[in-house]
Design a protein around this ligand. Structure first.
Ligand SMILES: [Zn+2]
Length: 347
């Protein structure tokens, strides 16, 4: 029964730039020695930086930076990193910029990551906060979270009603099934709301026993519909907290700043157009739950695992849509099966 499915269902502390020296006499040699050491450090650091950068230069990223609009370049890099660090790269991801904030947008397509323009504008260059938001959407997909649409809800209520009718009918076997079947047909055609159409049919029939049965059907439907609403609300809230938790862990694993998720929450709080439906927990509740996760998480081992996964994989390829509104980040197999064959056996 479908109803049962629903039920079960950097801080880089800068040292003070000014060091006050109380010594009036400082030997020139000491000063020179200090200068030499500091210059040597600087050279070492810059060499390291150059080395790091050299190591990081990847032709795919270089090409991406020149090919993609700046926002999409950032989105691509984040999705690529999250995917590979967390082994989400077995599937492609579709990033879509959206003019409207929609908490349920992820559910419209498999692997869709909707990014609200308003939020992007408010992020102020904060890659870690954006990574957390993307990671949240990915988590909904990974966990196969379901959004019950109003149409689906209506379908479930229809089922509830059918079962309630069967239940009442079974108990009163002596009642003519014609009366019930009659209601059934009328309700199917009209698709009436609970009670009204059915009662209208009853009044016309002016049949006391039938009316009594319908009252019982309506009572069962009403009780089960309240239960359904409660379950949808509970499930939706649980899904949201779960997506937040996984988003935090996945973004830390991919090497993003641990505070990024908290900053993402505050951005959501101040962004115009961001509205949560009644099934969504509040930002305050989400921050409180996130802080508990942050305290418990073993970040060091996560980061090490993520680094290892990144080291063992290659940057993912991508395809930008012709109208530049969506970007597909391909899976580790490439854009197509043909690409995967080329990768494995050469072209
Ligand atoms: Zn969500």
């Amino acid at each position: 029964m479908k109803i049962q499915t629903v039920e079960m269902s950097a801080l880089k502390t800068k040292l003070p730039a000014t060091l006050t020296c109380l010594c009036l006499i400082i030997s020139t040699s000491l000063v020179n020695q200090a200068k030499a050491t500091s210059n040597a450090n600087r050279i070492d650091n810059s060499t390291n930086n150059i080395n790091n950068k050299t190591n990081n230069i990847n032709p795919i990223y270089q090409k991406a930076k020149t090919q993609l609009p700046p926002d999409f370049y950032a989105l691509y890099r984040i999705v690529d990193r999250l995917s590979r660090a967390n082994e989400y790269d077995g599937r492609p991801w579709q990033i879509v910029r959206s003019a409207k904030y929609d908490t349920q947008a992820f559910a419209k397509n498999a692997n869709l990551i909707p990014i609200y323009n308003g939020v992007l504008e408010q992020l102020g260059g904060d890659a870690s906060a954006l990574a957390c938001m993307i990671s949240h959407e990915m988590a909904h997909h990974k966990q196969r979270h379901q959004v019950i649409t109003n149409i689906e809800k209506a379908g479930i209520i229809t089922q509830i009603r059918e079962e309630a009718i069967a239940q009442v009918l079974n108990r009163k076997r002596k009642t003519s099934p014609v009366a019930i079947i009659g209601d059934f047909v009328v309700r199917r055609v009209i698709g009436g709301t609970i009670g009204t159409v059915v009662n209208g049919v009853l009044d016309n029939r002016n049949n006391r026993r039938f009316r009594k049965q319908q009252k019982r059907v309506n009572a069962i439907v009403e009780k089960k519909t309240v239960e359904l609403e409660k379950n949808i609300l509970k499930q939706s809230r649980e899904d949201e907290f779960e997506a937040d938790k996984i988003a935090y862990l996945a973004s830390v694993k991919a090497g993003f700043d641990k505070q990024g998720c908290l900053r993402a929450m505050s951005v959501l709080n101040i962004t115009k157009g961001v509205k949560f439906d009644e099934n969504h927990p509040t930002i305050k509740e989400r921050i409180a739950a996130l802080k508990v996760v942050m305290e418990k998480s073993k970040n060091e081992s996560l980061i090490a695992e993520g680094k290892d996964n990144l080291f063992q994989t290659q940057p993912l390829t991508y395809n930008l849509s012709a109208n530049q509104t969506s970007l597909r980040v391909n899976s580790r197999h490439g854009a197509s099966i043909g690409d995967d064959i080329d990768r494995m056996f050469g072209s």
